[in-house]
Design a protein around this ligand. Structure first.
Ligand code: GDP
Ligand code: MN
Length: 491
């Protein structure tokens, strides 16, 4: 058997063509598979990706007509679902930061925010609070989740109140900070498990006249940056959108002109601002837009934006997430990453440069190539099971990388079986086989393992597995592999 791989660089999607000689007949067969890099999926607006996919699918359709090629199924709905799933997780594609970090960043652009101090240890709280003027000190739990004010702590000694506490003295502020640190805050965004509070932010409290809502986000409908604003600040914007959509104004900014003062005035009128607050609004919106673009943000939410009792606009809360793939060009932002807030498995994977995304199913997959990984997930679903993860070990994976990938998969208690599906193009099958064996020896194998190898050094790879004495189920092709693992798990 002979295999060659040719890639046509057709950014952002690529088609991977493989040719192989069938041992039975000696005939050449062409396989085409859709290859969409995760970077492309993430970077582009969704509709852009869909357009690209359509283009490639048209191509693949052509191949289907002219050759007896095997085409891996790829369902667009699922692609979108996977993309969305990636986005909802922290770490790999979206990078979140804490409120206090977001405020410091916005302050550097000139936005009005209160003075505040972050506190990591309870005995630092009093000194921190003492540096602020008062007469109001606000103590705020710093976790990567919203709804802190209305949340509650699991531990009784954290007190009845939520994750945002108004206090009247330095001593009281220090006491509340002490109660929150190390305790578990549950909000409607954390899920029932809650999140441990490792940092609190003590802020110089503001007198509030009105609470407003403001957000900037990447609008997938228009492929532009949109402003969203509402007079209903301090509330869940999803609730406002469901009950009183007329109270929300949303419009996008033409990238050719960028932000213009009329954008700011339109927001100001909608929010009912007058006098100096209106003037401040025009300036504030401009600098927020600038920060959004310059720092590759995905979302910037200020809820609430307030008019103080003195009639000034102020950023009272700030939630910012960035495009994770752009972090290489923002060393200052990348430094703000708080890994204690992230999924441990995804974090470990990112250390080894593995594209891993935890999913909800029972079959762990180890695949090379994002397109093949998606096809593998699809075929697992086709035969009646659900993938436990997306994992692309990449083209140049080493034995160590494969071992690490295997460890990450097996550390997921939901995994009831593992399917290794590798096409050895750049990656050699014997390297994969050695990695799998090394990993199994190191972590043990408590669930069925199906391995499908194809491509460069495939015989050597199969031999390594055969001689290992391990209980590995060999599969001939993708369909066979998927059927075998589903059968092993579901019986
Ligand atoms: P979230 O609950 O996680 O969204 O946290 P926020 O920072 O939005 O705070 C929740 C609520 O606490 C706000 O909507 C305000 O009503 C209140 N709050 C926060 N900071 C201050 C402040 O400086 N002064 C006053 N009076 N209230 C505040
Ligand atoms: Mn808020």
């Amino acid at each position: 058997m002979h295999c060659t791989a040719k890639r046509s660089h057709n950014s952002p999607s690529r088609t991977l063509l493989t040719f192989r000689r069938l041992p039975e007949t000696g005939q050449w067969r062409r396989e085409s598979l859709l290859w969409i890099t995760l970077e492309a999926v993430n970077k582009a607006r969704v509709e852009f990706v869909i357009t690209a996919v359509n283009r490639v699918i048209t191509k693949v359709e052509k191949y289907r007509k002219c050759a007896s090629s095997m085409i891996f199924p790829l369902n667009m709905g699922k692609l979108y679902a996977y993309t969305r799933c990636n986005r909802s997780k922290t770490g790999q594609f979206l990078m979140n930061i804490h409120e206090y970090q977001a405020k410091a960043l916005l302050r550097s652009y000139g936005a009005p925010v209160s003075d505040g101090r972050v506190v990591l240890k309870a005995d630092e709280a009093k000194t921190a609070a003492g540096e602020l003027d008062g007469p109001l000190w606000v103590v705020k739990a710093q976790i990567h989740a919203g709804g802190r004010g209305k949340g509650s702590f699991k531990e009784a000694d954290a007190g009845e109140k939520g994750g945002v506490r108004l206090t009247k003295s330095v001593e009281e502020a220090a006491q509340e900070a002490k109660k929150m640190l190390g305790r578990t805050l549950v909000t409607h965004q954390t899920g029932p498990a809650g999140k441990q509070v490792n940092r609190v932010y003590i802020e110089d409290g503001s007198g509030i006249e009105t609470e407003l809502y403001l957000a900037l986000l990447v609008d997938r409908g228009t492929s532009r940056v949109s402003f969203v604003c509402s007079t209903e600040g301090g509330m869940d914007i999803e609730e406002v959108a469901a009950a009183t959509p007329e109270k929300i104004l949303s419009f996008s900014v033409d990238p050719a002109t960028g932000y213009q003062p009329f954008h700011g005035r339109r927001i100001g009128f909608t929010l009912g601002l007058e006098g100096k607050a209106m003037k401040q609004c025009v300036g504030l919106m401009g600098l927020l837009y600038k920060a959004f673009i310059e720092k590759d943000m995905e979302m910037l939410e200020i809820n609430p934006l307030i008019v103080t009792d003195g009639g000034d606009l102020k950023v009272l809360d700030a939630k910012v997430s960035f495009d994770g793939n752009a972090m290489y060009r923002h060393a200052d932002i990348a430094e703000l990453r708080d890994t204690t807030e992230e999924d441990a498995k995804e974090l470990q994977a990112s250390k080894y440069d593995l594209n891993y995304i935890a999913l909800d199913g029972e079959i762990g997959c180890m695949v090379n190539g994002a397109g093949l990984a998606m096809a593998t997930m699809d075929i697992i679903k086709l035969y009646g099971a659900e993938p436990a993860n997306f994992l692309d070990v990449g083209g140049g994976a080493t034995k160590e990388k494969v071992t690490e990938a295997f460890k990450i998969i097996t550390s997921d208690p939901q995994v009831k079986g593992i399917l290794v599906n590798i096409f050895g193009g750049i990656m050699r099958c014997d390297v994969i086989a050695e990695g799998v064996i090394a990993a199994v020896k190191e972590v043990g194998l408590k669930v069925p393992l199906v391995v499908r190898l194809e491509g460069t050094n495939v015989e050597k790879g199969k031999e390594i597995i055969r001689n290992s004495g391990l209980d590995v189920i060999a599969a001939d092709d993708l369909k066979d592999g998927a059927q075998k693992i589903v059968k092993a798990v579901k019986g």
